[in-house]
Design a protein around this ligand. Sequence first.
Ligand SMILES: [Ca+2]
Ligand SMILES: [Ca+2]
Length: 86
Amino acid sequence: MKTFIIAAALIVSSVSSATPATPGDVKVKALDKDGDRMISLDEAKADADLYARFNTLDTNKDKKLDAGEIDYKASGMNHGKNPKNK
Ligand SMILES: [Ca+2]
Ligand SMILES: [Ca+2]
């Protein structure tokens, strides 16, 4: 539980300190074809893993993924992969 709070705090602080390129930013730049800085379902097809998780990642259900939505889920996955690191 404490680890989660710390991780959440780190996410908030990394966003507010305006880091230039998060993993989500990199993903969006790689897959965004029309330059709206969002990944549509069609654009996500280029990334099988992203496409498979599209609906889960799209937390605000606007049918597009922004860098923040990808980063949020990526952080959660890393946390889940380290069960011993509580
Ligand atoms: Ca796009
Ligand atoms: Ca969205």
